[in-house]
Design a protein around this ligand. Structure first.
Ligand SMILES: *[C@@H]1O[C@H](CO)[C@@H](O)[C@H](O)[C@H]1NC(C)=O
Ligand SMILES: *[C@@H]1O[C@H](CO)[C@@H](O)[C@H](O)[C@H]1NC(C)=O
Length: 169
């Protein structure tokens, strides 16, 4: 009787652990978004009074270094957006080195909870990020898991904003 009770509770425990892991583990894959375009006019209008910390881990499957130009855009469900035309120094081989982690301090318009993020790449070396984490004053840290090569010349990433979307106009 007791044995049975123990095994049932351990099954429940295992189930909970598995469930919490599958919830934390992202299932979505990055996608190319042909219709995405950062709005620089809007960014200039809104100013750069908010600071963000962007942490990027470059995959150990990435080329040993990259001289490619990397752009970044992210934002919230209300239309507030941060666009960074060039992340780091493309002439510095040490940014986005294989297996390395780079942290950038970025200033841009203030956003609420960040729910989408895209990367854009031009150049010939190629690059594979493992993940990108962004945190801001009004946004709790959010991590986007890539583990895939960024294709050339297309905004590539994630849009989870439907999870936050309200019945707005
Ligand atoms: C692509 O970007 C547009 C504009 O930001 C957005 O409305 C759309 O949902 C995105 N598409 C996907 C598949 O995420
Ligand atoms: C970009 O933002 C400006 C200023 O808010 C707005 O007038 C314009 O329609 C936006 N452009 C696009 C393509 O969304």
């Amino acid at each position: 009787m007791k044995m049975k009770g123990v095994s049932v509770s351990s099954i429940i425990l295992i189930f909970c652990v598995v469930a919490s892991f599958s919830e934390a583990k992202p299932t979505e894959l990055p996608q190319a978004n042909e219709s995405f375009k950062p709005n620089q006019t809007l960014q200039q209008k809104l100013g750069s009074s908010c600071s963000y910390t962007v942490t990027i881990k470059t995959s150990c499957s990435s080329p040993s270094y990259t001289r490619d130009q990397i752009s970044l855009a992210f934002g919230d469900t209300y239309g507030y957006q941060v666009y960074v035309p060039t992340l780091g120094d493309p002439y510095d081989y040490r940014t986005f080195e294989r297996c390395s982690t780079d942290t950038f301090q970025i200033y841009g318009p203030c956003t609420y909870q960040i729910c989408y993020l895209y990367l854009y790449r031009t150049g010939y070396d190629g690059w594979m990020p493992e993940y990108v984490t962004v945190s801001g004053y009004y946004s709790s840290p959010v991590t986007f898991y890539y583990n895939s090569f960024i294709p050339y010349g297309v905004w590539y990433g994630f849009d989870y904003c439907y999870r936050y979307s309200t019945a707005s106009i």
